[in-house]
Design a protein around this ligand. Sequence first.
Ligand code: CA
Length: 221
Amino acid sequence: MRVLLVEDDPIVADGLIRILQKSKYIVTHEANGKRADHLLIVQQFELVILDMGLPEMDGAEILRRLRQRGNKVPVLILTARDKVEERVQGLDFGADDYMAKPFDLLELEARIRALLRRGQSASSAVLQIGELCLDTAGCRATLNGEPLELSARELSVLEVLMLRAGRVVSKELLSEQMSSLGEEMSINAIEVYVHRLRKKIEVGNVSIRTLRGLGYLMEKP
Ligand code: CA
């Protein structure tokens, strides 16, 4: 799950990054409004957490431009508690939810989960191959119903392989996919992650085959 956090207050941002990473989301943080606007054009995210007061371009303008491009990514706006007009404007421009600062981190976590569920309900959030199951919205994988302990990066690699199950995925494509998710990964790193993933899932009936010179193939049982 890729989350873009647009927040220029370093203390608020640090706290948010910590809970988001704890929930295994891949977080891209941007403090500058204009750069955030650019990121939203060139990259895809499953959720945007957007502060309203930002340098160079404010949150309302980022949101307005995002929706004008037809992008329907769920957006949670962060507003100052006393600024009702900010909140109204944000919701008018197409925000899905808001949190007033200072906020309770547990409540924020719950709202994020709800938004992600809503965002994913249209598309299939659960990928399944044999006994291997990946809930992309909840960032959880299970094998035979037992939870798998996977890092955020392992989950991302698994998602790419599962989406292309039965087809060969080259290391270059995996590396490209990872960088489009904001996760720079070298070919060597890809090999390491696939190796780890294979060890974790090989007890089931799903396997990741290496095709020398071609890449990987996740085989359906
Ligand atoms: Ca701010």
